[in-house]
Design a protein around this ligand. Structure first.
Ligand SMILES: Nc1ncnc2c1ncn2[C@@H]1O[C@H](COP(=O)(O)OP(=O)(O)O)[C@@H](O)[C@H]1O
Ligand SMILES: [Mg+2]
Length: 370
């Protein structure tokens, strides 16, 4: 499998991708992600351990999968295990398997994930959650390249490339005495750091497009055009849950958007409400950019309405009465418009911003139908 650096076409911005199956495309055009893709290509065929560090949702498993599918092991299994969800006692049996009778409930022999990954790659995610007692066993496996099933006596050779994922800096955990130094060096032969999404915002538009297309297609529909105002709002948000959060937001947008265009009103309130302190609260009215295509006045007016109501509700922490005052209209009329425009999610109490947190102003530009 090759990694593709697709060239730009006239219609779309250039995009760099790592691709390993029809529906598993790693999107990223930022310099930092391009560097990761280049690096993956270089190290794919080595058998050395890889440690991928990055906040949760940055794509660690995806990159591990890409490494596997870029390597000569790609016709053998890729096995991913999260060490976070496994209790201490379960990890050992899960990773190394057990023989019948090894413990109560072990009614038959069962191979562990290492054996299942034979000839391929194992991805141990959340390795920072592996308890010290288990770390020593893991180290032994990496040194000897053999495993022993729980309750077993045989050493079973395993030919498996080990990739680990960590959301914390393992070096720091070593300093704190929570992670074995020897294991750290074993795992960290090839380090890869995945930056959080807020440090590579250039990737956001391509990711949004990728996810929106995917979810609309899943619904059997043509993807709705995404307005520039939506892209700006999504690009400004800090995405603490990284790509996973963005993916979920796009899924919700695709589920709820029935208006034919993805507009600001379709974005989850949690995303709209978030704002960096230096952004103003003023709604700005829109002067259309010089157009060569027709502009629908109704669409324009609707967008202005969405922007102003969104701005007012945000400015008032979702309080409808106060927002109505700000817009110089009756509360009931505002209520009707909110319902009509599908902006209910911006109303308090569900959508009230955290106390003391500034709320975001209007995006200030209309959603020009594409
Ligand atoms: N660069 C990317 N391109 C496309 N999808 C991505 C990208 N990075 C992450 N994702 C998607 O985001 C979600 C979280 O990624 P994952 O690899 O599980 O993150 P992590 O292991 O760091 O928590 C997955 O559904 C994955 O498909
Ligand atoms: Mg993960």
């Amino acid at each position: 499998m090759t990694m593709l650096a697709s060239s730009s076409s006239t219609a779309r911005p250039s995009r760099t991708r790592g691709e390993f199956s029809a529906d598993s495309i790693v999107v990223g055009q930022s310099a930092r992600m391009r560097a990761v893709f280049d690096f993956v290509r270089v190290i794919a065929d080595s058998d050395s351990s890889v440690l991928i560090t990055g906040e949760t949702g940055t794509g660690k498993e995806m990159i591990a999968n890409l490494i596997h599918h870029s390597s000569s092991r790609r016709h053998r299994p890729f096995v991913a295990v999260s060490c976070a969800i496994l209790s201490e006692t379960l990890i050992e049996s899960e990773l190394f398997g057990h023989e019948r009778g090894a413990f109560t409930g072990a009614i038959k022999d069962r191979p562990g994930r290492f054996e299942l990954a034979q000839g391929g790659t194992i991805f141990l995610d959340d390795v920072d959650d592996v308890p010290l007692s288990m770390q020593v066993k893991l180290l032994r496996v990496l040194q000897n390249r053999t495993i022993e099933r729980l309750g077993g006596v045989r050493a079973i050779p395993v030919d498996v490339r080990v990739i680990t994922g960590s959301k914390r800096d393992l070096k720091e955990l070593v300093k704190e005495g929570k992670f074995r130094e020897d294991l750290y060096y074993r795992l960290n032969v090839i380090p890869i750091v995945l930056p959080p999404l807020r440090d590579r915002r250039e990737d956001i538009p391509a990711l949004v497009e990728h996810f929106i297309i995917r979810y609309f297609r899943q619904r059997g529909e043509d993807p709705a055009p995404i307005s520039p105002a939506v892209m700006r709002a999504l690009t400004r948000y800090s995405w603490p849950g990284n790509v996973r959060e963005l993916e979920n937001a796009c899924e919700r947008v695709a589920q709820t958007c029935t208006c034919g265009h993805v507009r600001v009103g379709c974005i989850p309130a949690s995303v709209l409400f978030h704002q960096s302190a230096d952004e103003g609260l003023e709604p700005t009215l829109v002067t259309p950019e010089p157009q060569t295509v027709a502009v629908s006045l109704d669409d324009r007016l609707r967008d202005v309405e969405v922007n102003l109501i969104t701005w007012a509700l945000r400015s008032c922490g979702g309080n409808k009465s106060k927002a109505a005052e700000l817009l110089k209209m009756k509360r009931s009329t505002l209520g009707d418009r909110i319902a009509k425009l599908g902006l209910d999610h911006l109303e308090a109490p569900h959508a009230a911003p955290h106390a003391g947190e500034p709320v975001q102003g209007s995006d200030g530009e209309s959603d020009v139908p594409a």
